[in-house]
Design a protein around this ligand. Structure first.
Ligand code: GDP
Length: 427
């Protein structure tokens, strides 16, 4: 059984918690795209963790955690994150890194910084982890795959010289910054080799076998549909595909093997960074929701940046779920809304005087105004409730109203950040 856990929205939907929870019955958990530029928060018996690169199965001893070929691999961040997790008392997890994964290089991070500097006010709000330059190089075919660290020195030095030819031209003439030397990059790669050696594997063969043997496999997505390079709010998107379909590519399994796509969405909306966000709210109303949101307020797990918040957006979520090929939806953070008398929900967009429930392309999206429908709140703390029927009627109505709007079954409801705070509602 292969399940993908992915996001319907801008990311931070609570995928980490759902993955950690489902990892209990999984043999393998795989990260298939993105890098250390976003975080997954998990809370369990070992404590609270903000994972960036490590798959969310690391707290389970029986789970093999794989960093797939589709990931942007920063080995120094990997090493530190692993040390931190172990220092917090988690037994050393089983981790494998695909020999085809590519490396974040020092100049990727530098290019992120230099480019944001060059763009000034028009910057993308990058997390400066080198992700966009990394993926540009991957598709320009000048990236370094993990397996190349084990090639002859001549091979590596030759390649470094070729790549630096391009990089140093830009560094010198576009950014006017100090050039990078061949030795600097060679030393960096040798340090990478030292870090990666215990973990590197032919994860393709391993996963193909695991699929054949019908093992329980979880594909863990980063960010959400609206940050997908093709289907997201381009250009304010990430540089890799965030869709379950890409899971097959970024992990190396047959696409037909993915049996279940669990798309995670929050009971309200949140987003980090710039970009279209139609149901966004501001002022005191937003501050209150931000303060009460998530497990510690809505602040980025990687950057600490305050997240933008808003009402649940049925238009964006319906689209986000379709893009993922959703089989079931997990709605998180339902407990957060217990303080509200009334809860607005965005059910349509008004664009140039016309109302639509189809998520439009970005230049039209930027003109969209939310059409809100106000639902009654439930004014109750729903944490600790374990069966769907015990939820207050208005709370169930809220879930069922949204389910009707998005057209996908909300089968999992999360009513607290902890691993066990969950209600299964099989439809
Ligand atoms: P991810 O990137 O999709 O894994 O999401 P993040 O970890 O960045 O953000 C989700 C936030 O919501 C974290 O602070 C989680 O601890 C928190 N969270 C997840 N599920 C729930 C829930 O049901 N209730 C509450 N209150 N917080 C939750």
């Amino acid at each position: 059984m292969v399940k993908a856990i992915v996001g319907a929205n801008w990311g931070d939907e609570g995928k980490g918690k759902i993955t950690d929870m489902l990892a209990a019955e999984s043999d393998v958990v795989i990260r298939f795209q993105g890098g250390a530029n976003a975080g997954h928060t998990i809370i369990n018996k070992f404590g609270r963790f903000a994972l960036h690169l490590l798959p969310s199965g690391v707290c389970h001893q029986h789970t093999v955690n794989i960093i797939g070929n589709g990931v942007a691999l920063d080995l120094f961040k990997f090493e530190k994150e692993l040390a931190d997790v172990v220092a917090q008392g988690v037994p050393t997890p089983k981790i494998l890194i695909s020999e085809r994964a590519q490396l974040i290089m020092p100049y990727h991070v530098l290019f992120d910084v230099y480019e944001e500097e060059r763009l000034g006010g028009a910057a993308f709000g990058s997390t400066k982890s080198g992700i966009a330059p990394f993926y540009s190089d991957k598709y320009s075919k000048i990236g370094f795959q993990v397996n190349e660290l084990f090639a002859d020195e001549d091979y590596l030095r030759n390649k470094i010289r070729k790549v630096l030819d391009i990089k140093n031209t830009l560094i010198k003439h576009l950014y006017n910054k100090p050039e990078i030397s061949e030795q600097e990059i060679f030393d960096y790669l040798m340090k990478c080799k030292e870090i990666v050696t215990p973990y590197v594997a032919n994860t393709f063969e391993l996963l193909q076998r695991a699929v054949r043997e019908n093992k329980n496999i979880l594909l863990e997505g980063q960010l959400g549909s609206l940050k997908d390079t093709d289907f997201g709010i381009y250009p304010m998107v990430t540089s890799s595909s965030t869709l379950a379909g890409y899971g097959a590519v970024g992990a190396g399994i047959p696409s037909r093997a993915i049996n279940e796509v669990i798309t995670v969405t929050k009971a309200y909306s949140s987003a980090v960074g710039a970009g279209e966000f139609v149901s966004e709210i501001f002022g005191d109303e937003a501050d209150e929701l931000r303060k009460r949101g998530g497990d510690k307020g809505e602040f980025g797990a990687t950057t600490g940046r305050p997240r933008r918040v808003g009402w649940f957006d049925c238009v964006a979520t319906r689209y986000g779920c379709m893009a993922q090929g959703t089989t079931k939806v997990a709605m998180t953070c339902l407990d957060v809304l217990g303080y509200l008398d009334e809860i607005p929900v965005c059910v349509g967009y008004e664009i140039d005087g016309k109302i639509t429930n189809e998520f439009p392309v970005t230049h039209l999206l930027s003109k969209a105004k939310p059409v809100l429908q106000v639902l009654p709140g439930w004014k109750e703390n729903v944490r600790g409730i374990t069966s769907y029927e015990e939820l207050p009627e208005n709370c169930r109505n809220y879930i069922e109203f949204i389910e009707g709007q998005i057209g996908f079954p909300i089968d999992i409801v999360s009513n607290g950040p902890g691993r066990d705070e969950v209600i299964y509602r099989e439809s």
